[in-house]
Design a protein around this ligand. Structure first.
Ligand SMILES: Cc1cc2nc3c(=O)[nH]c(=O)nc-3n(C[C@H](O)[C@H](O)[C@H](O)COP(=O)(O)OP(=O)(O)OC[C@H]3O[C@@H](n4cnc5c(N)ncnc54)[C@H](O)[C@@H]3O)c2cc1C
Length: 468
């Protein structure tokens, strides 16, 4: 029986990054993936294809609506959706090839098949070529990720009631698209199809969109998306989704009112659940929490020696970069190094236009914790580069400790928020203050000057707005 130092089950950003780090550290490593391609949800049906479509559809809106403002006249801008989808698929394929090459260069043995833990230190595999094989290992890392949550009254049929996977692959823009759930996935895919011509209605049970993000900026995002033609119904509880002749009728309650929505397709984006069952983990005594997530300590160790878990299958935000960093830290611990994660410095991003990014505490969370805090804000309408770019929506907002000035949270709404947030993440990770950031020289003219000005404004000394 072949013996390894580490066997990783699941090749998403958690698993394949853990495999690379293990290879770098000289550990004999195997990576098992049940799907044909490596890369997991993120690369195949998540982050990457969604961002490819978001970019393409954003270019279309520019060509159709905004180019003329720049003196660029594009007559009859229209979409060739088949070509747009082919481009997206090519992006995914290119990255698939890259991950496979990285496994080779890092001397990671890959197996295509379903992996299950047969005993402590043993993993058996049902390979896609029909064979079964068992391998021995000192350490097992479970990185099996998550799957979309289904509503009991709106079961996925893959055609009319769909999850994000199918909504990434529509061959034509639905005339009317109903989106259930106003989190990152619903807002991003709702945006894609609204830009490509669908009439999009988003229903959300909570009184706000983008839960977990700063409320003030989430409300501004909702305003922008509404202006782009998306209709929102908040505090709306969907109770039925019926398909009749390929057409959807959905019933929902908003206060005392019963609402009916008609649509061609419904995207259910109400969250994801860990992929933790049927793995054999329970058989060897691994403990789960109440949400069926695998319980781990702060070094990703389960209660069973030699078994670890990372990524979406454990607690914490379901984000690719969180899974990646957990993969690195977990393997470093296995190799006797001191890998660790600062969970206060993990940004969440919604890649709409404008993008919404946030890291650390929101203002409401600071309030709830009874922290004495100060806020510094700066609007992009007062930033020179945003004016050049014609991207004036949004602002930067810092939440800083009133006594120590340490930055507790940073929130950005802007077309480029996903890139701008990285500076705030670094400063938070280093335990920096708003003054540290305010005294750092930022190039001119850049959007990042708005980040500096918001940091300055914690002391009400931003330069390009009048503070009263
Ligand atoms: C539409 C969409 C958009 C997203 N956009 C973003 C984004 O922009 N940014 C971001 O940070 N996050 C995003 N996410 C979330 C992100 O994809 C996940 O957080 C991330 O993929 C989790 O990584 P993981 O390694 O834990 O698991 P996964 O990526 O889910 O990978 C797990 C892998 O394990 C395999 N597997 C499961 N069981 C077995 C088994 N028994 N044997 C062998 N293989 C197995 C699965 O086939 C899968 O390939 C998005 C998700 C979706 C659905």
């Amino acid at each position: 029986m072949e013996k390894f130092d580490v066997v990783i089950i699941g090749s998403g950003p958690g698993g394949y990054i853990a495999a690379i780090r293990a290879g770098q550290l000289g550990l004999k490593t195997a990576l098992i993936e049940k799907c044909k391609e490596l890369g997991g949800t993120c690369l195949n049906v998540g982050c990457i294809p969604s961002k490819a479509l978001l970019t393409s559809s954003d270019h279309f809106v520019f060509a159709q609506k905004d180019a003329a403002k720049h003196g660029i006249i594009i007559d009859n801008a229209h979409v060739d959706l088949a070509k747009m989808q082919q481009r997206k698929d090519k992006v995914v394929k290119t990255f698939n090839g890259g991950v496979r090459a990285l496994m080779k260069t890092n001397k990671v043995t890959t197996f295509e098949g379903l992996g299950t833990i047969s005993a402590r230190g043993k993993v058996s595999m049902k390979l896609t070529n029909g064979e079964t094989q068992e391998i021995e290992t000192k350490n097992i890392i479970i990185a099996t990720g998550s799957a979309a949550i289904e509503l009991p009254f709106a079961k996925f049929d893959g055609k009319t009631i769909v999850s994000s996977t199918e909504a990434l692959n529509f061959t034509e823009a639905p005339k009317k698209l109903l989106v259930i759930g106003a989190g990152a996935i619903g807002l991003e895919l709702g945006s894609v199809w609204a830009r490509l011509g669908s009439e999009v209605t988003i229903l959300e049970f909570l009184p706000r969109i983008a839960v977990g993000f700063d409320l003030e900026l989430s409300n501004l995002l909702q305003r922008s998306l509404t202006a782009q033609g998306i209709t929102f119904h908040l505090e709306t509880k969907v109770s039925a989704v019926k398909i009749d002749n390929g057409h959807i009728t959905s019933t929902a309650r908003k206060g005392n009112e019963e609402l009916k929505f008609e649509a061609d397709k419904a995207l259910v984006s109400v969250g994801r659940k860990p992929f933790s069952e049927g793995l054999g983990a329970e058989k060897v005594g691994v403990e789960f929490d109440e949400k069926k997530r695998i319980k781990v300590d702060k070094h990703f160790k389960t209660n069973v020696d030699g078994i670890y878990a990372i990524g979406d299958v454990i607690a914490g935000p379901m984000l690719a970069h969180k899974a990646e960093d957990e993969g690195i830290a977990c393997v470093e611990r296995i190799a006797g190094k001191d890998g660790h994660i600062n969970y206060d410095a993990i940004a969440g991003i919604i890649y709409t236009n404008p993008e919404l990014a946030g890291v650390g505490l929101t203002e409401d969370q600071a309030k709830e914790k009874g922290i004495d805090y100060r806020v510094g804000k700066f609007p992009f309408r007062a930033n020179s580069r945003a004016l050049c770019n014609d991207e004036l929506d949004g602002m930067v907002k810092f939440v800083a400790d009133a006594k120590t000035d340490r930055i507790l949270g940073a929130h950005i709404l802007q077309h480029a928020a996903s890139e701008l947030i990285a500076e705030a993440v670094s400063v938070i990770d280093f335990g920096g203050s708003s003054e540290d950031l305010a005294r750092t020289c930022h190039s001119h003219p850049t959007l990042s000057e708005a980040v500096k000005e918001a940091a300055m404004n914690v002391e009400k000394r931003a330069l390009h707005i009048v503070n009263r």
